[in-house]
Design a protein around this ligand. Structure first.
Ligand code: SAM
Length: 441
């Protein structure tokens, strides 16, 4: 169970091997353009609380930014360093608490600082250390990526989560996993006897059932830390404001597509809310999404008119699924997205040879779409948001990142085979991770 140095964080079970695309600077670039913000050039990047280091190792191998990072758990740092060393990326990965990392005097200013799955799972003191790090180490114009659990998405599960951690803490034997098993078994018994407190929360039993089947390492870090706090958006905005940051845009590309996520009535309501923090608070209630993934910025300049058009024209994209598997229609929680229109089809057709192209080339080159730039950019963004396309690097960067990516992928395939495979491999084309298919049975 948690020790004091870790400030309540679980230390006797390693985390699972997840990959998070929002930590890819190229994804941030696309999200910023869609939001009408000038994306910075990202040469130095940093990940706080990198866990097993899968995302960091992929972005360091496949992209052209140099990476730094820290994590508290020696086993995490060991694993992340092994991945990074196998690729030959030369990242600087430090075993340190956030406070210890912030106190170092050998770190450069960073253009990008990411933290996934951290904010809601650490103490208030640690959140303050993180905010101080962002305040001191983010370069002017830099981007922060952070995710957190939302109050709107987790309110119904709060009492059960408290019960489970109380049960685990009161247990008299066993390591964290044994205590988790006992807490899950007890909670299942509680639900079976139909407690009145849960009758007004009809979704809770189903959520508990899904949770009960999850990887125990994930459960240990997700639910059984001393700290687990779903936030109202304003709480997180206040924290980042203390680092001089404000909200830039949603980091998950499809979260910027309101047609998928909101009804017309909800969009009208949202449009009437002038205050940006209040607007995102309302959005959390409208979507009920349990997790938010956001980019934050100190001073990103708005991008509009010819400058925005030029940035879109330079944006390079690649097809990352077999062309005939790109979906023609995608459903979101509250709406559908039609991807079968002539512009979408022309973009997919023009990229079918797997050669990345800029929107400028797509607009004007042979096989060009003839669509006006805003229409083309909107279609391309939608195809990227649903995973058919991904932002691509230039040819020189692809060439520079190919061998590192191959070396990392060999290790990911060999060492993470089976349950620990994150299901992605480094792509020098996109600078990030691409899903791999499970081998046929
Ligand atoms: C829920 S895990 C997320 C890991 C990784 N970012 C991911 O999403 O796969 C949180 C991570 O933060 C690290 N962590 C927790 N408290 C920390 C602290 N005070 N200082 C540094 N790292 C910490 C943990 O070791 C763990 O790797």
């Amino acid at each position: 169970m948690p020790n004091e140095r870790a400030a309540g964080y679980v230390t006797d079970v390693g985390y699972s091997f997840g990959y998070h695309a929002e930590l890819n600077p190229r994804v941030a670039h696309l999200a910023f353009l869609r939001a009408g913000l000038a994306p910075p050039r990202i040469a130095r990047a940093c990940e706080l609380g990198f866990g097993q280091g899968v995302s960091l190792a992929i972005h360091a191998a496949a992209g052209n930014a140099r990476w730094w990072g820290c994590d508290l758990l020696p086993a995490h740092v060991h694993h992340a360093r092994a991945l990074d060393a196998a690729a030959g990326s030369g990242s600087t990965l430090i075993e340190a608490s956030f406070a210890g990392f912030a106190a170092r005097d050998d770190l450069p200013p960073f253009d990008f600082i990411g933290l996934h799955g951290v904010l809601s799972w650490v103490s208030a003191d640690n959140r303050a250390h993180i905010a101080a790090f962002l305040r001191d180490r983010l370069a002017p114009g830099g981007i922060v990526y952070s995710s957190h659990n939302t109050l709107a998405g987790w309110a119904d599960l709060l009492p059960l989560r408290r019960l489970m951690t109380a049960h685990a803490a009161a247990g008299d034997a066993g390591d964290t996993v044994a205590r988790i098993e006992a807490a899950l078994a007890f909670t299942a018994r509680l639900i079976d006897v139909n407690p009145l407190a849960l009758r007004t929360l009809p979704g809770v039993a189903g959520r508990f059932e899904r949770l009960r089947r999850a990887d125990r390492r994930y459960l240990a870090h997700e639910y059984f830390n001393r700290d687990w706090e779903p936030f109202a958006f304003g709480d997180v905005a206040d924290l980042f404001a203390s680092a001089g940051l404000h909200h830039a845009c949603a980091a998950r590309l499809r979260d910027q597509l309101d047609g998928l996520n909101l009804t017309d009535g909800q969009r009208h309501l949202l449009a009437d809310v002038a205050d940006p923090v209040l607007r995102e608070t309302v959005r959390d209630l409208l979507t009920g999404a349990p997790v938010r993934r956001d980019y934050w910025t100190r001073q990103a300049a708005p991008l509009a008119g010819p400058a925005l058009a030029a940035a879109w024209r330079d944006t390079r994209l690649a097809l990352v699924v077999p062309g005939d598997e790109a979906p023609e229609r995608v459903s979101g929680p509250l709406g559908d997205l039609d991807l079968a229109g002539p512009v979408h089809r022309a973009v997919l057709g023009a990229l079918a040879d797997r050669q990345p192209r800029t929107l400028g080339e797509l607009q004007s080159g042979s096989g060009g779409t003839c669509a006006d730039l805003p229409t083309l950019a909107a279609a391309a963004y939608e195809l990227a948001a649903v995973g058919s396309l991904a932002p691509a690097q230039d040819d020189a960067t692809i060439a520079a990142c190919t061998e590192r990516s191959q070396r990392l992928n060999a290790v990911l395939s060999a060492r993470l085979a089976g349950g620990d495979d994150p299901g992605v491999r480094a792509s020098p084309v996109t600078g990030g991770g691409l899903a791999v298919r499970p081998p046929p049975n």
